[in-house]
Design a protein around this ligand. Structure first.
Ligand code: 2PG
Ligand code: MG
Length: 425
């Protein structure tokens, strides 16, 4: 057995895909193995997420990096990187707050993931294999953004992510090929309409639309133009990110010039579900609208995946409450929303036991870090969300999944549409 005792932990400032500072952690073990990970950063953040610790200027990460080099390094040195739960428990105890406000979730998540990478390296395994521990795993069904929106596109439209899921794909490789066709068809539609304005934060086409519904309608046409049957072959997935424009039971859709109450917002999204080939909807109501989420799930939860992102913030406690409430039927898992690998895994375990969909997700501010691809595959989560089909920080992750699929060879099973928590009709 390799000696996986932690001998050195260091942090440094690096930069993300929006040119903003973020935290990288590096860990070295007694056996000589090293691991490295970088914290991502969200733009549309849930109010109850763990704290992304910033300096007094609101941007810098000097304090978060100092926490890695100081308090965290001192507390974790000598611990065993092979015991992830113990390490994460030590981070939680050292922080001592309910939301990583002291150390910063950007510091803790980088360290937690770096330790995981180092331990896998020590065992000579790619991270996904180390995580699977011999259990069967599937390549995740990807949801891939075609148009950006919301906080990722200067609020040009209200809906944040207009994505596709290649349901007819037989492999991850094929899912990407199908998505590439839709992505380029969408770009051609925008070009032909004289509306091509580049891309939004995650690489999706800039949403130059007159209404939110026009965006969904254009996505449907892009699927058709690429030669696919909407729904059967390539389906639509939306992240409404309603907390960005709704609170206290009021929803203000800037582009449509409408102000709706919770019922009205439910009806609006249910209308879209009736008219378009949508199989998944994330945060259709705001994070403070528990009744709205429950009503929406009662109305649509049998035929559509309903994902809690801001609503659940990768919290096992909130997943548990939402299972009891029937307020969603899927969880978005973002390690930096809770701040450790172990807490992310706890949220996944509860959701999976309830028969929910599980989607491991990137953030809008990303880097070359590939951890989430390994978590999604090694944990057999079933689904992954990375952003669009452009920009290096997104493509690096899609391409890593292709390498994993190749490494698995004959054992490479693709989760496909079975990853959706839908009742068979
Ligand atoms: C989301 C993510 C990714 P952000 O809302 O699901 O699209 O956005 O990282 O800005 O929270
Ligand atoms: Mg979201």
């Amino acid at each position: 057995m390799p000696d996986t005792t932690i001998t050195r932990i260091s942090g440094r400032r690096v930069w993300d895909s929006r040119g903003r500072a973020t935290v990288e952690a590096e860990i070295e073990l007694a056996c000589g193995a090293r691991g490295r990970a970088i914290a991502p950063a969200g733009a549309s953040r849930g109010a109850r997420e763990a704290v992304d610790l910033r300096d007094a200027d609101g941007l810098g990460v000097t304090v978060a990096v100092a926490n890695v080099n100081g308090a965290i390094a001192a507390a974790l040195a000598g611990m065993d990187a092979g015991k992830q739960e113990d390490l994460d428990r030590a981070l939680i105890a050292l922080d001592g707050t309910p939301n990583k406000a002291r150390l910063g979730a950007n510091a803790t998540v980088a360290v937690s993931l770096a330790a995981l990478h180092a331990a896998a390296r020590a065992h000579g395994l790619p991270l996904f294999r180390y995580l699977a521990q011999g259990r069967p795993m599937r390549l995740p069904l990807p949801e891939i953004q075609i148009f950006g929106g919301g906080a990722h596109a200067g609020r040009r439209i209200d809906i944040q992510d207009l994505m596709v899921m290649a349901l007819a794909a037989g492999s991850f490789d094929e899912a990407l090929e199908m998505t590439a066709r839709v992505y380029h068809a969408a770009g051609e539609l925008m070009r032909d309409a004289g509306k091509l304005r580049g891309v939004a934060d995650e690489g999706g086409w800039w949403p130059e639309f007159a209404s939110n519904e026009e965006a969904i309608e254009t996505l449907t046409r892009a699927i058709e133009r690429a030669g696919f049957v909407p729904g059967d072959e390539v389906a639509i997935s939306l992240d409404i990110a309603a907390s960005e424009f709704g609170a206290g039971g009021r929803y203000r859709l800037g582009l449509d010039g409408r102000s709706l109450d919770s019922d009205g917002m439910c009806e609006l999204v249910l209308g879209w579900l009736a008219r378009y080939a949508i199989v998944s909807v994330e945060d259709p109501l705001a994070e403070d609208d528990r009744e709205g989420m429950m009503r929406f799930t009662a109305a649509a939860g049998r035929r559509v995946q309903i994902v809690g992102d801001d609503y659940l913030t990768t919290s096992a406690a909130r997943v548990e409450a939402a299972i009891a409430d029937r307020a969603c039927n899927a969880v978005l898992l973002k390690p930096n929303q809770c701040g450790t690998v172990t807490e992310t895994r706890a949220a996944l375990d509860l959701a999976r036991a309830a028969g929910w969909g599980c989607i491991v997700s990137a953030r809008s501010g990303e880097t070359e870090d590939l951890s989430i691809v390994h978590l999604a595959t090694g944990w057999d989560a079933g689904q992954i969300k990375v952003g669009s089909f452009a920009r290096g920080e997104r493509m690096a992750k899609w391409n890593e999944a292709l390498r994993i699929e190749e490494m698995l060879g004959r054992d490479a099973h693709f989760a496909g549409r079975s990853a959706l928590p839908l009742k068979k009709s």
